[in-house]
Design a protein around this ligand. Structure first.
Ligand code: CA
Ligand code: CA
Length: 414
């Protein structure tokens, strides 16, 4: 009974796909894409310099198929893990061109779309677990050179309430995206409980004019670069994105290229392993809370160190520079100049530059004792990598503090 049932399903799937003009990779002899006997059409041009498979229609890869080293093949739309689980392997030195979208785990059958890519791949677009019913797991190797003409599209937009995990591990290599990296609604996210995890390491580069992350996790280890001009991390729909640093001395370069467009690092959490430095090169704007933050060799390079016992939470706000909690005048360190500015604007509805540290845009908050506490808790911060600084006399701060009730009373009377 079970065998009959399975055959019926297979027949149905074959009939449905044939009607749509899709060629099956059947894996009849081996797993090689360049072996005609592996294809439902039994057709393959003799030369493997440029091989057209599936013509302009498309290919279902619901088993494991390998594009072997030294080969160059072209296909139409490619669906990896559509009816069943499928795996695409592009070996080092191989070139795969898809004239339409490549989809991973984006079929109706719930199949897992897996790929291991260490060669050249050129696709019209990439879709991960979007518009379908399956998860996706893609690993990109150090020799991969990937060009996506339009978008890298994450997540599940058409089946509200469902969610499928998307895991992308980019261990080096370069991905150049023509339009944007995001979900169907311009978010790098998945619905429901699904997680999008994008792990970058070994010098991995992801480049696109627009990279939006609204939930899920971006991990980086060693060095990694997000580039192209419009990197944006911002919460959406009750979810928040996480940037997570792993290993020793991780460096994440967020090179917007066009900073006038604004690089928004509006993440709620930057997760960093204790007792290590993280270097972030960005046009973003970082507000430190419990962490030690120090300028690097130039004003755009800052290092973040999370000490044992400190929280790993960092609030990041939009602007043109990275700022230290308590540094009201943006001088790079926290001292009595900042304290004076804060006190001079006591009890006003104001922005960061006038002392409202707890509410940098001044949307709801006033300059008050919460801000004073934040400043004093970060007294002398920002001087970690500089030459030893004279510690401001506690007495001067104390005198200013003693004068505060008098100042507050005078302002209230006006
Ligand atoms: Ca300052
Ligand atoms: Ca405040």
């Amino acid at each position: 009974m079970k065998v009959k049932h399975l055959c019926a399903v297979l027949l149905l799937a074959f009939t449905a796909s044939s009607a749509l003009g899709f060629t099956h990779f059947t894996e009849a002899e081996d797993q090689l894409w360049t072996n005609a006997n592996n294809w439902s059409t039994f057709w393959l041009p003799a030369s493997d310099e440029t091989t057209h498979i599936g013509g302009m229609s498309g290919v279902y890869a619901d088993v494991t198929c390998i594009v072997p080293a030294g080969s160059s093949v072209v296909s139409g739309e490619l669906r990896v893990g559509y009816n069943f689980n499928g795996t695409l392997i592009v070996e080092e030195g191989a070139t795969l061109t898809t004239t339409s979208h490549t989809q991973f785990g984006a079929g109706t059958g719930g199949g897992l779309g897996t790929a291991v890519i260490n060669g050249n791949l050129h696709a019209a677009g990439w879709t991960f677990s979007a518009g379908g019913n399956g998860p996706a797991d893609v690993t990109i190797g150090p020799n991969a050179v990937i060009t996506i003409d339009s978008a890298m599209n994450f997540g599940q937009e058409y089946h509200e309430g469902y969610g499928y995990d998307v895991t992308i591990t980019q261990n080096g290599g370069t991905i150049q995206v023509g339009d944007w990296v995001a979900g169907n609604a311009f978010q790098m996210r998945a619905h429901g409980d699904a997680e999008v995890v994008y792990s970058m390491s070994n010098g991995a580069v992801l480049s696109a004019p627009s990279i939006w992350q609204n939930s899920g996790t971006l991990e980086f280890e060693g060095t990694a670069t997000l580039t192209g001009g419009g990197v944006r991390f911002a919460g959406f729909d009750g979810k928040v994105p996480t940037i997570k640093a792993i290993g020793t001395d991780p460096v994440l370069t967020i090179d917007g290229g066009r900073f006038s467009d604004g690089v928004l690092l509006d993440v709620s959490e930057l997760s960093v392993t204790a007792n290590q430095w993280v270097t972030i090169v960005a046009g973003g704007y970082l507000t430190d809370t419990d962490l030690s933050l120090a300028p690097g060799t130039d004003a755009n390079i800052w290092q973040l160190r999370v000490n044992d016992g400190d929280s790993g939470d960092v609030e990041v706000y939009y602007s043109g520079s990275i700022r230290i909690m308590g540094d009201v005048n943006l001088s790079g360190y926290v001292d009595d100049d900042d304290l004076s500015l804060l006190l001079a604007n006591w009890n006003t509805n104001n922005v960061w530059e006038y002392g409202n540290l707890s509410d940098p845009y001044g949307t709801v908050g006033y300059v008050d004792d919460d801000d004073l506490s934040l400043l004093l808790a970060n007294w002398n911060a920002g001087s970690l990598s500089a030459a030893p600084q004279a510690v401001p006399e506690p007495a001067s701060a104390l005198i200013l503090l003693l004068g505060l009730p008098y100042l507050a009373r005078r302002r209230m009377r006006r």
